[in-house]
Design a protein around this ligand. Structure first.
Ligand code: MIC
Ligand code: SF4
Length: 640
């Protein structure tokens, strides 16, 4: 039987394990990327592990999130990352050069290679035929040192794209349709592999829009074949030598199949406060918009912004709409500037931001109270924009641009569609990418006063006990666990300072209670920890003494981050126990190491209510050992 593309790449990189869905495998990592808000921790951990230099084919450190320098903190982080990168063999993409995923796609992506990134949208580069996976910083640090990356072998889902997109219907609508169908937890434990006649209609950046938002499905990653279109993109970047043809065998087998008929799709919009709350733009046409934001790693490519410029050319943004545009990269911005499209954007009244994440991570441009903000981004969790009462909607650049002109959400199909061709040659100038120093030739690594040591766990004790500190619902995001507005992002290198804000969007008293009770347990519903890869969502609870999270289910990256921090990720054997557990209940788990090593069932006592609860810890022997050691850092050091 033939093989699918994901399996072919995994097989080529397999270090250990068999490709049975659910079984733990480990793969060799060719490339890594970090960004600044997760990067400082990743490099502190890399240094703590004592590796002399990276062993990957290519590692890149980006600065793209924390680029608003309202104090010394972010600038200090940038300097630390630049100096550490130089010393250990890592390329440094300077602030202003663009969003990690967009720049990586343009300048570093290579079909068939593996990429591990400390950002949940690392699968963006799956649009180039890479096996690109998001992970916590510590996993990336280990991979930089040459260690394999461990993951449960995902199921591979074949998404067949048939038919043809109608005018004004875009790649964004394809992934919004999948989110509508499958929900934010529909992709957990899965790789989405795209095939079918629809693939050839999509450019590489359009494919990247789709693989980017596979993260919102909870997927391990998403991938497109590397074909003629991929070759043309690489050639236009002056990198045709990086190309190879890659695709699934004709008789390839998959674990699941989904078909999307492109001809039936319409312009779609994800409504507050979840990317899977998808409706037709047509059905939202009455809604007035106050702010329109265009950019993010999902939709800030050259063609995206050229379409926006073509729509806005010669027109005016109404006085009650604020339009902000953050180009994805210096390459994109330079090309818009050279061909005059930037003038069209500015002339229409757009506010042009620096190339970076910007409003997507709440780094500025927070909307007004109760405002409706229409964005081309990938996440619309409540409060992420910086304004809790704001209503954030997600859509394509085309819908965003037309709506910015009309002042209400608008189905653009009543207008004549704009056509933008991919350039035969991209303008390239890598002067904002600093190569590392030769071995032994780097200057000192410079730390700033806001960069504090990260917490480290101890080996697991014989028994753990503590109170239930908080009970939560389904789909809690890492933005709830460790909120990241512009005021808190500069504290990403300072876990003690961040600890005062842990889970405060759900309960402002949680940090105080956790301190008073000296830690305890968190209780949650399904898909706990969805969203970002920030390991701060595990390191901060660790700092506050959290010993375990008991949930109905976990999101992939967050569960790995909990284990890496030595925090127990427990699930309920009997879902009714989730309802029974109450705030303040005293939980005791005795003989813990024995229970863990014996199997997957863990018995816990609810001392307050006087009953025994059966919990599950379904982990590979290696993950169990990591927990027993007190986390991945201690485990890796002991096994180096
Ligand atoms: C995000 O989009 O949520 C982020 C900010 O890029 C995060 C990383 C972080 O929290 O630093 C992600 O997606 O992993
Ligand atoms: Fe940056 Fe937003 Fe992409 Fe995260 S999702 S990497 S914040 S642009």
């Amino acid at each position: 039987m033939g093989k699918n593309l994901a399996k072919k790449i995994i097989e080529k990189h397999l270090v250990d394990g068999s490709l049975e869905p659910g079984q733990e495998i480990s793969i060799k990592i060719d490339q890594t990327l970090t960004q600044d808000t997760t990067g400082t921790m990743a490099y502190l951990q890399f240094e703590a592990l004592g590796f002399p230099r990276v062993k990957t084919k290519r590692s890149v450190a980006y600065v793209d999130h924390n680029i608003l320098q309202t104090g010394f903190e972010n600038a200090d982080d940038h300097r630390y990352i630049q100096t550490v990168a130089s010393k250990y063999g890592i390329y440094f993409s300077r602030p202003g050069n663009g969003i990690c995923h967009q720049v990586h796609l343009e300048r570093f992506s290579i079909p068939g290679q593996t990429l591990l990134g400390s950002d949940s949208h690392t699968p963006t580069n799956g649009g180039m035929g890479m096996l690109a996976i998001g992970a916590g910083g510590l996993d990336v640090a280990v991979a930089m040192g040459g260690g394999a990356y461990y993951l449960p072998m995902p199921q591979v889902v074949n998404v067949q794209l048939v038919g043809k997109l109608s005018p004004w219907v875009t790649a964004k609508d394809i992934i919004l349709e999948l989110l509508r169908k499958l929900s934010v937890k529909g992709g957990v434990g899965k790789i989405f592999e795209y095939t079918g006649e629809g693939v050839a209609q999509l450019s590489v950046p359009e494919r990247a829009t789709i693989t980017n938002m596979g993260a919102e499905l909870g997927a391990t990653t998403s991938i497109f074949p590397s074909d003629k279109t991929t070759y043309e993109f690489l050639k236009a970047q002056g990198r045709e030598n990086d190309w190879q043809e890659l695709m699934a065998d004709e008789d390839a087998l998959y674990d699941e199949y989904v078909t999307i008929d492109l001809s039936t799709l319409e312009p779609l919009v994800a409504c507050p406060h979840s990317p899977d709350n998808v409706k037709r733009a047509k059905d939202l046409e009455h809604l007035k918009v106050n702010q329109v934001c265009i950019g993010s790693c999902t939709n800030s490519s050259y063609a995206d912004l050229m379409k926006v410029a073509a729509i806005l050319k010669g027109k005016n943004i109404p006085p009650d709409v604020s339009l902000v545009i953050a180009p994805g990269s210096k390459q994109v911005l330079t090309m818009l500037s050279k061909n005059g499209a930037l003038t069209d954007l500015i002339n229409a009244g757009a506010r042009i931001l620096e190339c970076g994440c910007g409003p997507c991570i709440g780094m500025g441009q927070a909307p007004a109270t109760d405002a409706v903000s229409l964005r081309t981004f990938n996440r619309n969790y409540q409060g992420r924009s910086g304004t809790k009462s704001a209503q954030v909607y997600l859509c394509s650049p085309e819908v965003a641009a037309v709506s910015a002109l009309t002042g209400t959400i608008t189905d653009p199909r009543k207008y004549e569609a704009v056509q933008v061709n991919m350039p035969g040659e991209f303008f390239t100038n890598d002067n904002m990418i600093v190569p590392p120093a030769e071995p032994g030739k780097a200057g000192d690594v410079i730390l700033g006063p806001n960069i504090k040591p990260f917490p480290q766990n101890k080996p697991l004790p014989a028994s753990v006990s503590g109170e239930v500190l908080l009970t939560m619902e389904d789909n809690i995001t890492t933005d709830h666990i460790m909120p990241s507005p512009a005021t808190l992002l500069p504290l990403r290198s300072n876990i003690p300072a961040l600890s005062y804000h842990c889970l405060t969007p759900i309960d402002p008293d949680l940090p105080k209670r956790a301190r008073e009770k000296q830690g305890g347990f968190l209780v949650a519903g399904e898909n706990y920890g969805q969203g970002s890869s920030r390991e701060h969502a595990a390191l901060v609870p660790l700092y506050l003494g959290v010993k375990g999270v008991i949930a109905l289910s976990f999101a992939r990256i967050h569960m790995a981050n909990l284990i890496n921090s030595g925090i127990l990720p427990l699930t309920f054997s009997n879902p009714d126990d989730y309802q029974k557990l109450k705030l303040g209940d005293q939980i005791v788990i005795s003989n813990l190491p024995d229970q863990i090593m014996k199997g997957s069932a863990i018995t816990a006592l609810n001392k307050t209510q006087g009953y025994e609860m059966s919990l599950k810890l379904e982990l590979s022997p290696r993950l169990k050992k990591i927990l027993l050691s007190g986390g991945l850092l201690a485990y890796t050091k002991a096994n180096l």
